[in-house]
Each structure stands twice: as structure tokens, then as C-alpha cells.
Design a protein around this ligand. Structure first.
Ligand SMILES: NC(=O)c1ccc[n+]([C@@H]2O[C@H](COP(=O)([O-])OP(=O)(O)OC[C@H]3O[C@@H](n4cnc5c(N)ncnc54)[C@H](O)[C@@H]3O)[C@@H](O)[C@H]2O)c1
Ligand SMILES: OC[C@@H](O)C(O)[C@H](O)CO
Length: 470
């Protein structure tokens, strides 16, 4: 039996990779199965519920037309409980059955700066993992965990393995591989470094399916529809897409038979996804929160917010992704319209809280590249500048304690964020922040555009009925 070991048993993995593998198994191709667990002690209740159900759970999907479907997903055959020494994950990673180690640890879980270097100065958990790895111990970050797993695998002689990143990260395979190799180099384990370089591959992949955080009513609907009371039930949109570069060093499931697109280069797909979907999603979440909406579909149906999202994509993003020198193979206007339709599906009830999170990773990852490329082309950035201006306004509300939910941001240093908001000129302080902007930090063209956009954001908030109360 071939095993895919997945690190990060969050909602998305269970609505995406696990579903494609489930479909393959259902089609009669039973050569692969999943094992998985978390590298941190979170989601304890869900993990325990999954373990109690032998890894099975019910997925509810909802189409734009409102059609509900319920599927018992059974491709996860082993749920590995969290222990600080990661013993279960390491044992599975060192097994010759394991041919792929996949992971979803969020955009903020890679700790890379604008130059793709590990940002040790900012992230204490990365420094702690480095110390642990030097002492031969595993850690909780993806790098600390993979180093421990791959060290054990090298020793066990279990052979090559593919490292498959399933997070929304540009060049996700290449960049997480770069981070891992730097990490092992800093640990000073030359033998492991050489082994990983020769015995692993890291395909880039674009992943897509909106998967909200499961709420209690999902479990209730699943019970009503199937008769099964499933504490690990979850919900996602009916849309699903996965595009992967076909570079698997130790074999792979025949995923192409269940709709996965295996390609040479994922570049065009990931740029479209990150800029037209993820950045636009954040825009709608930040803007919606500012005027009192809780859900993504509410902001998507608000004409002013929809227009901001539409203009960002149309004016500033499509022109840098589809140029005469490098025509985009995808129909980007159509992609934009499909994305806005998906966001507008009221049955999904995806929260602004989930999508607004991690702005300090999403500005550099999803938004700054468009600003950089527009400026390099001598073009205006007024439409894209609305996104950082919305995030700054959002941050100012957070600073005053006015966000109606907990704002989660792994890459944010709260002291830095409060200082930006307290500055005499918050726009200048925000645009000078190097982790957000890299070499663009302090650029006068950025500051001017965000200042103009901030005035438009103020007018947008003021124009919304009831906004003054927030
Ligand atoms: N939910 C979606 O709609 C969706 C769609 C496409 C891609 N994704 C990708 O999947 C990621 C996870 O989304 P989710 O909905 O499963 O979230 P989730 O909160 O359900 O799960 C997050 C997972 O990441 C792990 N994790 C978080 N921070 C970590 C860190 N610093 N180091 C190690 N592990 C860490 C957690 O243990 C957990 O397993 C997203 O950030 C995104 O990159 C999500
Ligand atoms: O933009 C937020 C993401 O989690 C999004 O839901 C996902 O990337 C859709 O595939």
C-alpha cells in the first residue's frame, strides 16, 4: 500500500486532497491511502473525533444553485495524534510505504521574507525549532517537522519521497523547498541536506475550493440529511480545482482520472488564483468588516464593495498578468466573473473573519506583486491601492478594539501594528513597513496612492448606513 502522509489535518485538506483521493479509491483504484496529523497541539477535538471515526467524516458541498450533497470521505485511514515528539508522524514519514508527504500549514506557516529567506529575526517559533533541530529534536513548524521526518527517513533507508505543498503560496513547492533547505543548512546537517536535495522533489501546485470553518449547523444539516451525527463534519463549495506540476519522485496516484490537472508549469494558474481570487477575497472581507457585514456573500453583493473588487482585478491586475509579451493562457475576465459568483453564494456563509485573517502575510504574498509590476511598467496603481488602504483602515479598527471577532494574524507583530496605527502619519508608517512591502517600503508612489485610496475608503465607510456606529 502506498501512503500519502499529510501534515495539517485542517478543513481544507479534508475538503480537497482527501476528496480527490476518495474519488480515486471509489473508482476502483485502491493503491493509495492517507495518513495525517498536526505538528501543533491545535484542533484537538476535531482530531479526536476523526480518530474515533477511523479517519472518516461527512463532507457537505453546496453548489451556486443551492444543491446540497453529502459524501462520506474515507480516504484518511490513519489519524496520527499529536505528541510533542511527533513520534507518530516521524514513524510514518520514515516508512517505505510513504511516497508523498503533503502539507497545509497556512500561508503564514512558511516564515519567508520578500527575498525568500527564512525570517528568523521576526519569528521566535522558527528560532526555537532551529535550536531543537540542532539538538536532534523535532519542532512544530513545517521546517522543524519535515527536518525530523526526513532525518528519520534517511536513516531508515526508506527511499525518495515527494514533498507536496497544498497551501496558497506563490511557487509553493519551490518556496517551501527553499525554506526547508535553508533550515537544514542552518541546522548544520550536511548529510541530510545532500539527501534531501537528491531524494525529494517539490512540485508547485495551485489548490482551490472555498472551505469555510465548520459551524455547528453543518453538523446539524449532516445529521438531518444522513442520519449520522458527525462531530468532524465539514462543508465546502461544490467548485474544486487542483493543478499540479508532474514531478513526483516516488510515484503518485492517477489523480488525472478524477479531474486533477497535471501540468508542466503551474505559473499561470497560481497567479490567476492568488491575485484574482485570494486578493479579491481579502478585499471583500476587509471592506465588508469595515461596514458591519459578517459574511463574504454580503460584501460581494454590496455594489460599492463589488466595484472595488472588480476594478482591482480589471484595471490593475489583468493588465499585468496578460501582456503582449506574455499572453495569459487563461480567460481572466471570465475567471474574475466566476470568482465573484462563487463569493456571492449565500449558502456558503464563509465568514469575513476567516478570510480577513493573516493580512501581514497576504499583503506581501497576494497584493504587493501587482503594485510592484504596475509601478515597474510605469502604470497607475489607484485600483490595487484600495486593498492595502482597506487593510490599514481595518487595522485601525482592530487597534481601537472595534473588530467584532478575533483577528488572527500569525505574521503580525502586534506592537508594530499598534505603532503603525498610533503614528502621526499612519499611511506613511504602514507603507514603510519592510515585512509588508520589501524593497517597495517607503516608495513615494506607494505612499501617495495608498493616501488617495485611504480617502476613498473613508468616504466608502461614511456612505454606508449605520457605518458610523462601528
Ligand atoms: N479554507 C480554504 O478555503 C482554503 C482553500 C484553498 C487553500 N487553502 C489553504 O489551506 C490553508 C489552511 O486552511 P484551512 O481552512 O484548512 O485552515 P484550518 O484552520 O482548518 O487548518 C489549518 C492547519 O494548519 C496548521 N497550521 C496553522 N499554522 C501553522 C504553523 N504556523 N505551523 C504548522 N502548522 C500550522 C494547523 O495545525 C491546521 O492543521 C490555508 O491557509 C490556505 O493556504 C485553504
Ligand atoms: O482567500 C481565502 C482562501 O482560503 C480561499 O477560501 C481559498 O484559497 C479558495 O480556494
Amino acid at each position: 500500500m502506498n501512503v500519502i502522509l499529510h501534515l495539517g489535518l485542517g478543513s481544507f485538506h479534508r475538503a480537497h486532497l482527501a476528496v480527490y483521493l476518495h474519488e480515486l479509491i471509489q473508482s476502483g483504484d485502491t493503491g493509495w491511502q492517507l495518513a495525517g496529523g498536526n505538528t501543533r497541539p491545535d484542533m484537538a477535538e476535531t482530531i479526536a473525533a476523526l480518530a474515533a471515526q477511523g479517519g472518516a467524516y461527512t463532507l457537505e458541498t453546496i453548489s451556486p444553485a443551492g444543491e446540497h450533497r453529502y459524501t462520506r470521505i474515507t480516504s484518511i485511514r490513519q489519524v496520527i495524534p499529536y505528541t510533542p515528539d511527533l513520534a507518530g508522524l516521524i514513524a510514518q514519514g520514515a516508512s517505505s510505504d510513504t511516497k508523498i508527504i503533503s502539507f497545509t500549514v497556512t500561508e503564514a506557516g512558511y516564515y519567508l521574507d520578500a527575498q525568500n529567506r527564512l525570517d528568523l529575526a521576526t519569528f521566535a517559533d522558527l528560532r526555537a525549532d532551529l535550536d531543537a533541530a540542532r539538538a536532534g529534536q523535532p519542532g512544530s513548524t513545517i521546517y522543524g517537522a519535515l527536518t525530523a521526518l526526513l532525518r528519520a527517513r534517511m536513516k531508515s533507508g526508506a527511499g525518495p519521497v515527494t514533498l507536496l505543498n497544498c497551501d496558497n503560496l506563490r511557487h509553493n513547492g519551490d518556496r517551501s523547498r527553499g525554506g526547508l533547505l535553508q533550515f537544514i543548512e542552518l541546522v548544520g546537517d550536511a548529510a541530510l541536506l545532500a539527501w534531501v536535495q537528491t531524494n525529494t522533489t517539490s512540485p508547485n501546485a495551485m489548490v482551490d475550493r472555498i472551505t469555510p470553518r465548520p459551524t455547528p449547523d453543518v453538523r446539524e444539516r449532516v445529521l438531518a440529511a444522513t442520519g449520522v451525527d458527525d462531530p468532524a463534519a465539514l462543508m465546502g463549495e461544490s467548485f474544486i480545482q487542483w493543478v499540479i506540476e508532474d514531478r513526483f519522485i516516488a510515484g503518485r496516484p492517477a489523480w488525472e482520472t478524477v479531474g486533477v490537472e497535471m501540468v508542466q508549469s503551474v505559473d499561470a494558474y497560481e497567479e490567476a488564483k492568488i491575485r484574482l481570487l485570494n486578493a479579491t477575497h481579502s478585499c471583500i472581507a476587509w471592506a465588508g468588516t469595515l461596514v458591519g457585514y459578517l459574511y463574504i456573500h454580503e460584501g460581494t453583493h454590496d455594489p460599492a464593495i463589488r466595484q472595488m473588487a472588480f476594478d482591482y482585478v480589471t484595471d490593475d491586475t489583468i493588465p499585468v498578468l496578460d501582456t503582449p509579451e506574455k499572453p495569459c493562457p487563461l480567460n481572466l475576465p471570465q475567471y474574475r466573473d466566476v470568482v465573484l459568483d462563487r463569493f456571492g453564494n449565500p449558502a456558503i456563509r464563509d465568514t469575513n473573519q476567516r478570510v480577513a485573517m493573516d493580512g501581514f502575510s497576504k499583503i506581501p504574498g497576494f497584493i504587493a506583486p501587482t503594485i510592484r509590476e504596475r509601478l515597474a511598467a510605469g502604470a497607475t496603481i489607484d485600483s490595487v491601492a484600495m486593498l492595502p488602504a482597506l487593510f490599514l483602515a481595518y487595522l485601525q479598527v482592530w487597534h481601537r478594539g472595534g473588530i467584532p471577532y478575533t483577528y488572527q494574524d500569525q505574521a503580525m507583530d502586534p506592537a508594530v501594528a499598534h505603532a503603525i496605527c498610533d503614528a502621526a502619519d499612519p499611511v506613511a508608517a504602514f507603507c514603510a513597513d519592510a515585512p509588508l512591502w520589501g524593497e517597495l517600503a517607503g516608495d513615494a508612489r506607494l505612499v501617495d496612492a495608498v493616501r488617495r485610496a485611504s480617502a476613498r475608503v473613508t468616504a466608502f465607510v461614511a456612505a454606508h448606513p449605520g457605518a458610523g456606529a462601528r
